[in-house]
Design a protein around this ligand. Structure first.
Ligand code: DAT
Length: 174
């Protein structure tokens, strides 16, 4: 609403598919007053696509229309956003950008379990090996708001949840 105070910061949880973004973001949302937003679901619910990727056999997201769709919500603040990319969002949207990282063998197993195979599996594992999303985050946002967190074990998942909620409490206290 025009003139009202933002509801809080916006946090982006990014990383290669399978690193644990959805698990982490949903858990943080449950423990705080942040609203969970899954970019893939926003695109699907609003049919925000622009063509079809023949190689990956999936629709191509219309990034500009996704941004238009979410602009008011993001300006209001208080959101935790889940997406396996980060460079097309407006930089001003986010106050913290978390990049989850997972060891190659673990990631391979998680994606295989998800039913990924051949090219899609290899491309995603390579994306993690080459730290593609981390570099994308460091190029797109101020480095002091980018936080790289390991996501290999349930213990690390819990530590990450606690780190983010502590960050949020700190933000709300200042
Ligand atoms: P993403 O949203 O990044 O694609 P996800 O949250 O769906 O990932 O998690 C993929 C799978 O891996 C799911 O079965 C939960 C598991 N997982 C995620 N993070 C984990 C962690 N830190 N330790 C153990 N398992 C984890």
């Amino acid at each position: 609403m025009a003139g009202s105070l933002p509801r809080g910061p916006n946090i982006l949880i990014t990383g290669t598919p399978g690193t644990g973004k959805t698990t982490l973001a949903q858990e943080v949302a449950q423990r705080t007053n942040l609203k969970y937003i899954n970019i893939g679901e926003v695109a699907k619910e609003n049919d925000l696509y622009d063509g079809f990727d023949a190689e990956y056999q999936c629709p191509i997201m219309d990034e500009d229309r996704v941004i238009d769709e979410l602009e008011d919500t993001m300006v209001d603040g208080g959101n935790i956003v889940d997406y396996h990319g980060c460079e097309f969002f407006p930089e001003r949207w986010f106050h913290l950008v978390v990049v989850l990282r997972t060891d190659t063998a673990l990631l391979y197993n998680r994606l295989e379990k998800r039913g990924y195979h051949s090219k899609k599996l290899e491309d995603n594992v390579q994306c993690e090996i080459f730290r593609t999303i981390l570099d994308e985050a460091l190029e797109s946002y101020k480095t002091n708001i980018v936080e790289e967190l390991p996501s290999n074990t349930p213990e690390e998942m819990e530590e990450n949840i606690e780190k983010i909620t502590a960050w949020l409490n700190q933000w709300n206290a200042t």
